[in-house]
Design a protein around this ligand. Structure first.
Ligand code: NA7
Length: 444
């Protein structure tokens, strides 16, 4: 029987486990599947941990999420086509839930599909090699320290790319008297109450961690961008300045001449696609972009069609795009989708990569990733979902952010699966200090 190894049980790993389970439910014979997960539980990044640095076994902590993290995009844009929010919660809920609520939703589908049985927890993949016909996967059980090597016909890498921080260095860091941390280790904005905070970066982490610090009472928040500013209308007490030059004592000096006293520097400088367990010929080498090269349909490794990557793109679309990828990967593995010739594959990848390279703004990027997701969706039996509505939602969401970065999360969107219109949350995001599921679910 065909054997498939899946690495990681975050949203992408769970998507492909669900894809196989759905095929089985429909009467197909599915391959033998093993999913390796180095954490003790499933959900990947959504599985919050207070830990930073190393875990109790000495391994790097993969978690990057923090307390009070609320979805930064409408939940309707990430809804599963086969498991709606209405089905999970039995009542309509607002469009921007906190982490715990989305985590509950992700796990709801996984529990319903009964896929936990495929996952080997506390098991780190230490090496993956291709021997010409099979993948040799070596693992370490972190609890009892046992080493194992097993052979598989297919390998699905779903180990994520927002877990290993990219940490730049600036002059003066060694002697800076305050705290320097990467967003990966940020856990609680309360720590920065009454502090002068400098945040470096201009993407989602910089935006959200800055807003968190402001919301929970930082004295000032100064964001240093490197290339393009985010350009939102920041509230009083927040500002965006050009590129950090150096630190002198506790002073941050920027290349535009701006100077700012700082108690803490938070590096929101992104993450590395880091696969230390993969041999070089199997390793995806890319920055965070919408169409990493060498992946046919954004999924199948160009140099070895028995290897798939899930969720390696920079993302507007998330869970339902991962699902479309997972359903596609499943059908390649189950031989329902035939791979085209090497020339066709090369042509297809080049087309998407070159189209991505000329995108100029978020609206064009949304269109690009929507077209990609729709293209994948058309190739499998992933259930019906309205990607045109999702496209429109993303564009409105961008406009809401431009209008007011403090209020964009108070808007309501409609479901691309059920049509349900989300109620407005009882407390505007800027005033909602309690992010627990209990408080969120109360109607008042
Ligand atoms: P991203 O989206 O990969 O962004 C990384 C940011 O880091 C980006 O703005 C970069 O600026 C910036 N960067 C990189 N190096 C530096 C240096 N040396 N100095 C200043 N700024 C730097 O990562 P995020 O953590 O923001 O988001 C990850 C995911 O989390 C995201 O998809 C959301 O779903 C949540 P650049 O544009 O290159 O100048």
């Amino acid at each position: 029987m065909t054997k498939v190894a899946i690495i990681g049980s975050g949203p992408c790993g769970l998507s492909i486990l669900r894809a196989f389970q759905q095929a089985e439910e429909k009467g197909h014979i599915i391959p033998e599947i093993v999913c390796y997960e180095k954490q003790k539980d499933w959900g990947g990044l959504w599985n919050y941990s207070w830990r930073t640095g190393s875990d109790q076994y000495g391994d790097p902590v993969p978690n990057s999420m923090y307390r009070y993290l609320w979805s930064n995009g409408p939940k309707e844009c990430l809804e599963f086509a086969d498991y709606s929010f209405d089905e999970h919660f039995n009542q309509p809920i607002p469009s921007f839930p906190p982490r715990e609520v989305l985590y509950d939703y992700i796990l709801g589908r996984a529990k319903k599909a009964n896929i936990k049985k495929y996952i080997k927890f506390n098991t780190t993949v230490t090496q993956a090699k291709y021997n010409g016909s099979q993948f040799e996967i070596s693992t370490l059980n972190k609890i009892d320290n046992t080493l194992n090597t097993n052979n598989f016909d297919y390998l699905v890498v779903a180990s994520g790319h927002f877990s290993v921080p990219y940490i730049p260095e600036y002059d003066g860091m060694k002697s800076f008297p305050g705290r320097i941390l990467h967003g990966h280790d940020f856990r609680d904005a309360e720590e920065f109450r009454n502090k002068d905070v400098v945040v470096l970066g201009s993407s989602y982490s910089a935006e959200d961690i800055s807003l968190q610090c402001y919301k929970y009472g930082a004295k000032s928040v100064t964001i240093g961008y490197r290339n393009n500013p985010m350009g939102f209308k920041w509230p009083d007490g927040m500002k965006e300045v050009y590129y950090l030059d150096r630190l002198e004592g506790n002073k941050a000096i920027f290349k535009d001449g701006h100077e700012q006293n700082a108690d803490a520097i938070i590096l929101c400088s992104g993450y590395l696609h880091h696969f230390p367990y993969l041999e070089d010929t199997l390793k995806l080498k890319t920055g965070n972009r919408l169409y990493p090269p060498k992946l046919y349909k954004g999924v199948v490794w160009q140099d070895n069609h028995k290897m798939m990557y899930l969720g390696m793109q920079d993302q507007f679309h998330t869970f339902n795009m991962f699902d479309c990828q997972a359903w596609f990967a499943r059908d390649v593995i189950m031989d329902k989708i035939k791979m085209p010739s090497d020339e066709e594959i090369e042509k297809n990848i080049s087309k998407w990569v070159s189209e991505e390279e000329i995108l100029e703004d978020p609206i064009q990027m949304i269109d690009f990733q929507t077209e990609y997701t729709k293209d994948l969706h058309a190739s499998s039996d992933y259930p019906k979902i309205n990607f045109e509505l999702i496209r429109e939602h993303f564009k409105n969401w961008e406009h809401h952010k431009e209008e007011d970065i403090m209020t964009y999360r108070n808007n309501s969107f409609s479901s691309p699966v059920t049509g349900t219109i989300a109620p407005i949350h009882h407390t505007p995001w800027a005033e909602a200090m309690d992010d627990s599921m209990d408080t969120f679910m109360k109607s008042k």
